[in-house]
Design a protein around this ligand. Structure first.
Ligand code: SF4
Length: 485
C-alpha cells in the first residue's frame, strides 16, 4: 500500500500535544496529508496517555470501534504511540490484535521507519524503551537523547514547509519542550516509567526553536517540562538553570507572551520569581500542583514538601508579582485519604484562592509504588463526591475573582472561533463568536471578524461565568503578525 493520508488523535497533556505536532511534521515530510476522520485515513494513530485509567479506557474503546474498518480495509495501518504503548508494551497487541504498531514516547523519532516496516512486512511492529539491541546503557542513552533532540529540532524543517495556521500546526501559540522525563517518582505516577529520567535540552536549541516559531508568526510560547523549574543544563562547563533560560527566551525579538508549565513545588528557585517580576512578557500565571492539603497524604504521595512549605511558596509568588494567577492540581481519594485529609485540601483551596484548579479522582496505575504497596480504599462514589465538592468551592472563588473584572478592559490574544461558534458553523449557522486568553490565562469570549484571529485586542468585560469572561472588543492593539521572510 502507498499511504497518502493519516488521522492522528491526541489524548492527555500538553507534552502529548507537542509530540503530536512533531509527528504531524514527520508525516507531512513523508508527503502524507492529514484527514479528520479515521474512515478516510490510510494510517490511523492514537497518541496516548497513561496518567489515569480513564484515559487508557478511552483509547481501548476507540481501538474497538476501528475493528470494522480493519476488516473492511486490512491495509490500513493502525498504531498506538506515546505513554500507553510504553506502559502496556506488547500486551496491547493481545488486547487489540488488529493493532499494527506500538511506539513509545522515547522512540517517536523512529516512526517513519516503523511505518515503512509495517507497510512492507505486514507484521506487528513495536518500538519501546529497551526493545532495541542495546550497546551499553550509557551509549544507548546518549544515542536516544541525540535522536530525540533531532526529533524536536525536526520542527524547524517542518516549519519551513508549512505556512502558519494550517490544520496540522497551531503556530500562534506553540509549545517548546525544555526537558524530558521525570525523576521525582511520586508514588501514584506512571510518568517516570514511561518517559524515562529527567533530561534538560541544550538552551541553545530551545532558543533556536523558539526563534524559528516567532519568525513564522508565533506570538505566545509555552515552555514545557514535567517539572519545568528543575531545568538544569551544563553549558561550556557552567550550569544554566530555569531562571536564566526564561530570560534568554524572553529576550527574543517579536515574542509577545511567554508561559511555562508544569512547576514542581519542592524544586523552586527564588530567581524564577525575580525573572517573573522583571520580564514583562512572561505571563503572570503559575501552574503549581499541590495534590493535597494534608501533610499525611503529601508524604504518602512522596511529594517532598509540606503544606506549610507550599503555602509559603504561594505567598512568595504574590509578594513578587501581586496580581499573579495561580493554578493547582489536586488528587482526591488517594489511598487512605480520610474526610479530614480531604477537608484539608478544601481549606488549602480556600486559602490560596486559585484562579483555577484541576481535580483528579485517584486511579491506581500498574507498576507505581502506590499500586504495589497501598490499597485503593476510597470508594468511587466518595471520590466523585470529593471531586465535585472541591470543584464547587473553586467555582465560587473563580466567579468572585471574575466578577471583579466586569467593566474593566483585559488584553486578549485572539485564538480562533469559540467552541460554540465552531459547532454552530458546522451545523450551517453563522456565528462571529471568537475566543482568546488574557495573560492571566482567563478564557475570554466576544464577537469579532475572523480577520481578528491572531491579533492582540483589548476586550471590555461585560459579564462572567466561573470559567469565562464575556465582553466586546474595544481596540485592536496589534494586528495578526505575518511570518517573516
Ligand atoms: S513530578 Fe510527580 S506527578 Fe509530576 S510527572 Fe514527576 S512523578 Fe509524575
Amino acid at each position: 500500500m502507498k499511504a497518502a493520508t493519516y488521522f492522528l488523535e491526541t489524548f492527555g497533556c500538553q507534552m502529548n500535544v507537542l509530540d503530536s505536532q512533531l509527528v504531524a511534521g514527520q508525516l507531512r515530510e513523508l508527503g502524507l496529508r492529514r484527514v479528520h476522520s479515521s474512515d478516510e485515513a490510510d494510517i490511523v494513530l492514537f497518541n496516548t496517555c497513561s496518567v489515569r485509567q480513564h484515559a487508557e479506557d478511552k483509547v481501548l474503546s476507540r481501538l474497538g470501534e476501528l475493528k470494522p474498518l480493519k476488516r473492511r480495509r486490512p491495509e490500513t495501518i493502525l498504531g498506538v504511540i506515546g505513554c500507553m504503548a510504553e506502559r502496556e508494551k506488547e500486551g496491547l497487541f493481545r488486547k487489540a490484535p488488529h493493532l499494527d504498531l506500538l511506539c513509545g514516547p522515547g522512540e517517536l523519532y523512529r516512526l517513519p521507519a516503523l511505518l515503512a516496516e509495517v507497510s512492507q512486512r505486514r507484521e506487528q511492529v513495536a518500538a519501546l524503551a529497551g526493545s532495541q539491541s542495546r550497546r551499553t546503557k550509557v551509549a544507548q542513552r546518549a544515542f536516544d537523547d541525540d535522536a530525540l533532540e533531532a526529533f524536536d529540532l525536526s520542527r524547524l524543517a517542518a516549519l519551513r514547509l508549512t505556512m502558519p495556521h494550517t490544520a496540522d500546526v497551531n503556530i500562534l501559540q506553540s509549545y517548546v519542550r525544555v526537558q524530558r522525563g521525570c525523576d521525582k517518582f511520586c508514588t501514584y505516577c506512571v510518568v517516570p516509567f514511561v518517559r524515562g529520567p529527567e533530561r534538560s535540552r541544550p538552551p541553545r536549541n530551545i532558543v533556536e526553536e523558539a526563534q524559528a516559531l516567532v519568525d513564522q508568526g508565533c506570538r505566545e510560547i509555552t515552555l514545557l517540562g514535567q517539572t519545568v523549574n528543575s531545568y538544569l543544563h551544563q553549558e561550556s562547563g557552567r550550569p544554566v538553570r530555569f531562571a536564566e533560560l526564561l530570560e534568554r527566551v524572553h529576550a527574543l525579538e517579536g515574542l509577545d507572551r511567554l508561559r511555562f508549565v508544569t512547576s514542581f513545588p519542592a524544586d523552586w528557585d527564588e530567581d524564577i520569581f525575580r525573572v517573573l517580576r522583571d520580564c514583562p512578557r512572561i505571563c503572570p500565571y503559575l501552574h503549581i500542583p499541590a495534590q493535597s492539603g494534608s501533610d499525611r497524604m503529601l508524604k504518602a504521595m512522596k511529594r517532598g514538601y509540606t503544606v506549610a512549605e507550599y503555602l509559603k511558596l504561594m505567598d512568595t509568588a504574590r509578594k513578587y508579582v501581586p496580581e499573579i494567577a495561580l493554578a493547582g492540581d489536586f488528587i482526591v481519594g488517594f489511598c487512605g485519604e480520610t474526610e479530614e485529609d480531604f477537608q484539608a485540601s478544601v481549606e488549602l483551596v480556600r486559602r490560596v484562592e486559585y484562579k483555577s484548579i484541576f481535580v483528579f479522582k485517584y486511579s491506581p496505575r500498574p507498576g507505581t509504588t502506590a499500586d504495589r504497596g497501598r490499597q485503593d480504599d476510597v470508594p468511587y462514589d466518595v471520590k466523585a463526591r470529593r471531586n465535585n465538592e472541591l470543584l464547587a468551592v473553586q467555582s465560587e472563588i473563580s466567579l468572585q475573582q471574575k466578577q471583579a473584572l466586569v467593566g474593566h478592559s483585559v488584553a486578549v490574544l485572539v485564538e480562533g472561533h469559540s467552541k460554540a461558534a465552531r459547532k454552530a458553523r458546522s451545523a450551517g449557522v453563522g456565528s462571529r463568536q471568537l475566543v482568546g486568553r488574557t495573560p492571566h490565562d482567563l478564557i475570554t469570549v466576544f464577537d469579532g471578524e475572523a480577520s481578528a484571529i491572531g491579533s492582540l485586542v483589548n476586550v471590555r468585560v461585560e459579564s462572567v461565568s466561573p470559567l469565562t469572561l464575556f465582553g466586546r472588543i474595544e481596540a485592536v492593539v496589534s494586528p495578526p503578525r505575518p511570518a517573516r521572510g
